[in-house]
Design a protein around this ligand. Sequence first.
Ligand code: B16
Ligand code: MG
Length: 223
Amino acid sequence: MNKIRACIFDLDGVIVDTAKYHYLAWKRLANELGFDFTEEDNERLKGVSRMRSLEILLEIGGKELTAADMEKSAAKKNEWYVEYIEKLEPEEILPGVSAFLTELRGKGIKTALGSASKNAPLILERLKLNSYFDAVIDGTKVSNAKPDPEVFLKGAQELGIEPESCIVFEDAQAGIDAARNGNMFCVGVGAPENLNGWDHLIPGFANVTFEEIVNKLKLVNLK
Ligand code: B16
Ligand code: MG
């Protein structure tokens, strides 16, 4: 097995739960357009780009908008979303994440963020996590959405590490597929009934160590 030299993290659902703020902003837009939007509907938007999310939202509400109105609606939703994330505090970092990132720093493992969000730099700043990442690839730097591996391959490239030596941490199926398409190891973050195709699965980072994950991946690789 290749030695693991880098870890690449998705943001929403892995480092911080920003999905609840996306939900509130999308719900406000849906209500303004005259229909409701539930938390269950919001599951369909996780890991999906902003414009694709709007298309799904309109599909749910049975509405159609012109291209210009879609741009305006997406911008409006983003303004509301940014109002929430400007108030984010480091306390909202998901349990165990800071300890895990600190362990990686101590072991000299490189780190990158690979997120579909164009707001990723603001979120990292609010959470005071900038210094934990050697590279940040966000929605402004990629042209192809997950499951295309572009976001993770760019992260590996910026770190100067070959994909085969990277582990991706992902909570969305499209992200797990992107990691596999990029020939990287993948640790799913979430419940087994929602995710397939990972090399190892964790419910979250609480009490999880890098050492333990590498040992599990060695077992997978020997199968
Ligand atoms: P923005 P991730 C994704 O983040 C979110 O899961 C998804 O719900 C959102 O639509 C997307 O970012 C784009 O976000 O509107 O801020 O550019 O999971 O890839 O970190
Ligand atoms: Mg995610």
